[in-house]
Design a protein around this ligand. Structure first.
Ligand SMILES: Nc1ncnc2c1ncn2[C@@H]1O[C@H](COP(=O)(O)OP(=O)(O)OP(=O)(O)O)[C@@H](O)[C@H]1O
Ligand SMILES: [Mg+2]
Length: 418
């Protein structure tokens, strides 16, 4: 086994320093201390002359992003002195562009960080990096593999387990624009792909027909990550129309054909070629296997031909220790023992949901809300049991499962009102 295989097996555990040949969990402090250079200088110096790229680890890039966020005064987490909530929209932080030509290594799958200069009007569509994100190495490496191979990743898992945010985090790390399309049975062909419109020709003043591109070709041309959330809820006819963009041609290219209006024989169909960086992701809670009916509106299973064009990636809730860390960080410092109780409750409810038909799920999303409320309530002298009641029990939609969930919460040791 080579030194690289030994130390970099999972891509972001240890990385080789090209200055001295040693392996380190994090290069940034080592470079500063031992070699007196910054990560940017290191990347510029060690960029491969043939490929023009310099590998970083994901943790290196993420830590740089976090540093930048700190310098720019990232939004503070809730604290005892937090001001009352305001409705002012946060202004987008002006993150400096990442080093051009840099790549991130995800377990051997190297993905290029997009240069800001190539983003044109799509810079605002690059998601913000979440400094409190806890990466799941396995999911991330598999997702990176699908991106590297230009495959369509189909992420399947219970609500609030982190499917959409994992793709967003990858887009943030790679400086790629991303668009999320929330699908349901009414999502139309024209919204997704495009439609024929009548407009005035500026030079002749005559009415002419033209094709207006839908959201998929617009973001496909820009090389964005296109995320179709809840793709299993799409109308079957629209879903079948998606087949074309799920495939690549013999030259490896992806395209989208926007059909002209049937009634109008003056408009021709238009073909839009995707930028080579464009990727399609699909997310869903069950992909038609919702036998218990927990995810209404998603019960028309995509057919085999649709599923055959995708690579399925099953996602579950983060394990208890990871979830405890997420809850502590995202609540702005809930004590570890309380965060652990919430993580236990999430997992106990999940077991009942999957093995005993409990028709409710305690998602990571709701767990973060509970942790944040418990922290804020404690600062305001409100009982933590009230937070549990309002955030969890009031949101279980039926009386019987509410009693079951209450029992689980009591069993793990969370405070519950009588
Ligand atoms: N590994 C993680 N680290 C930090 N936060 C996480 C992690 N996984 C999930 N979250 C948080 O949990 C919440 C739910 O995640 P997300 O929206 O990605 O779930 P989802 O699986 O897409 O859910 P749905 O099926 O309902 O769309 C988000 O606030 C996200 O930031
Ligand atoms: Mg989602």
């Amino acid at each position: 086994m080579s030194a690289k295989e030994k130390f970099c097996k999972k891509g972001f555990e240890k990385v080789e320093c090209k200055e001295c040949g040693g392996f380190y969990h994090s290069l940034a402090p080592h470079l500063g201390k031992k070699h007196g250079i910054s990560v940017d200088e290191y990347v510029a110096k060690h960029r491969d002359p043939d490929t023009g790229v310099a590998p970083l680890t994901i943790s290196e890039y993420a830590s740089k992003q976090i540093d930048r966020g700190r310098k720019k005064g990232a939004a503070p987490l809730p604290t005892a002195k937090a001001a009352s909530p305001t409705t002012t929209a946060p202004t987008a932080p002006a993150t400096p562009p990442p080093p051009a030509g840099a790549v991130l290594d995800f377990g051997g799958w190297e993905l290029g960080i997009r240069d800001d200069a190539t983003l044109d009007g799509f810079r605002d569509h690059v998601p913000a990096h979440d400094p409190n994100w806890e990466p799941d190495d396995d999911i991330l490496v598999r997702l990176a593999e699908h991106v590297a191979l230009n495959e369509v990743a189909l992420l399947v898992g219970p609500t609030g387990c982190g499917k959409s945010s994992t793709v967003a985090e990858l887009a943030a790390l790679l400086n790629r624009p991303m668009v999320r399309i929330q699908c349901d049975a009414t999502t139309s062909y024209s919204y997704l792909f495009g439609k024929t419109i009548v407009k005035k020709d500026d030079s002749t003043g005559q009415a002419v027909t033209a094709i207006k591109k839908g959201i998929i070709p617009r973001f496909g041309e820009a090389g964005a990550f296109i995320v179709l959330d809840e793709a299993d809820a799409l109308d079957p006819d629209v879903r079948i129309a998606l087949h074309e963009v799920l495939e690549r041609d013999a030259a490896g290219r992806r395209k989208c054909t926007i059909e002209a209006d049937d009634q109008d024989d003056t408009a021709a169909a238009q073909v839009i070629w995707f930028h080579p960086d464009a990727r399609i992701f699909l997310t869903g809670n069950n992909m038609g296997s919702d036998i218990a009916g927990n995810y209404g509106g998603t019960d028309s299973a995509p057919n085999l031909a649709f599923l055959d064009r995708c690579e399925r990636l099953n996602v579950s809730y983060p394990d208890r220790a990871t979830l405890t860390r997420i809850l502590q960080k995202k609540s702005g410092g809930l004590p570890k023992n309380t965060a652990k109780l919430i993580a236990d409750a999430v997992h106990e409810v999940l077991v009942s949901h999957t093995t005993a038909d409990l028709p409710w799920c305690f998602s990571v999303r709701r767990a973060i809300t509970l942790a944040t409320k418990m922290k804020l309530y404690s600062e305001r002298g409100i009982s933590p049991a009230v937070a549990v009641e309002r955030t969890v029990l009031d949101n279980v939609h039926l009386p019987e499962p509410r009693d079951d969930v209450k029992e689980i919460l009591q069993r793990v040791g969370l405070p519950v009102t009588k």
